[in-house]
Design a protein around this ligand. Sequence first.
Ligand SMILES: O=P(O)(O)OC[C@H]1O[C@H](O)[C@H](O)[C@@H](O)[C@@H]1O
Length: 283
Amino acid sequence: MSKAFAPSKHQGMDAITISAPDGARATVMLQGGHVVAWQPAGGVEQLYCSPTAVFASGKAVRGGIPVCFPQFGPRGPLPQHGFARTLPWQLMMAEQGKDDALCVLRLTDSDDTRKIWPHAFVLELTVRISGRRIDLELACENTGELPLEFMAALHSYLRLEDLTDARLHGLQGLSYEDMVAGKKDQVETADALRVSGEVDRVYAHATRALMLREPKHALRIEQEEFTDVVVWNPWSDRCVALPDMPDDDYHQMLCVEAARINVPVRLAPGEEWAGRQSLSLDI
Ligand SMILES: O=P(O)(O)OC[C@H]1O[C@H](O)[C@H](O)[C@@H](O)[C@@H]1O
């Protein structure tokens, strides 16, 4: 028989912690449908969450896996990264299975969202953990009578021992937009990306699996239907300017975000789209 989990608190915010029989655990905040912690079976925390992150109603949390929807960054008229990350979601289910644990959270349109984005939708995040793997699925259904279009991302903050020793493999040959240099149509030539300065890039047509390698650690990153991947690290000056992140913590994280930016998703009335990101510890 499956076991259901009861809502709890994380940093004073409503949250749900799920655990699989093998010891894998994850915590998801109801605000934002925001995964704030993930420990694979027998492993340590894999997500970076800033020790000075602000946990408050309506505030975006620095770390974990924010959901960006229906806009990415400042690419539109909505607040940065859209509204999904700062709104309360509804917990639909949270259960332990025979060899995994699963939870589903849902955000639907409201008077507040329709005021700034005139569409009816159901957005659902499914988080599944088992062994050394976490699978995230973000699904959107157009429940209105007009077509809609959106951008989306699972903005994963991955925890590092030290950025200096980290390499991200799998991007070679992809074209990207360099948001730091303000240049489009760049081509990745490195067989492994080593971060040695501020990086903020949108890679297009990202279909291959990526591997984030450190001397004693490797994380495999896969995505489906998210056709872009964003790589972000603020480096020192930008990090100092972030009020919710310690000055040197940029060494402890790299964002590798499964995204849909270059070609937004278009849904006719009644249509549904789902995008997935999976992270698995590979040692
Ligand atoms: O500070 P936030 O609104 O959470 O955004 C953090 C970062 O998110 C993405 O990675 C964007 O590409 C960056 O340009 C942005 O700085």
